[in-house]
Design a binder for this molecule. Structure first.
Ligand SMILES: [Zn+2]
Length: 60
């Protein structure tokens, strides 16, 4: 049980970025704003635009 009470139904800013992006793509009419952290998280799961391999530091 968390001690701090949230009045929001769902804490969307706590949802992992790649999950939230998938949700937004699937339900454009329910689109949630993504935080910078979530956008970064989403990008982390995208393949490298140059070589197509999974993103990693110093790729290409
Ligand atoms: Zn690459």
């Amino acid at each position: 049980m968390r001690s701090n009470v949230t009045h929001r139904q769902t804490a969307w800013d706590l949802v992992p970025g790649e999950v939230l992006k998938e949700f937004n793509d699937q339900y454009p009419y329910l689109k949630k704003n993504m935080t910078t952290e979530q956008w970064d998280e989403h990008l982390f799961y995208q393949p490298c635009s140059r070589c197509g391999s999974k993103w990693k530091a110093k790729c290409c």
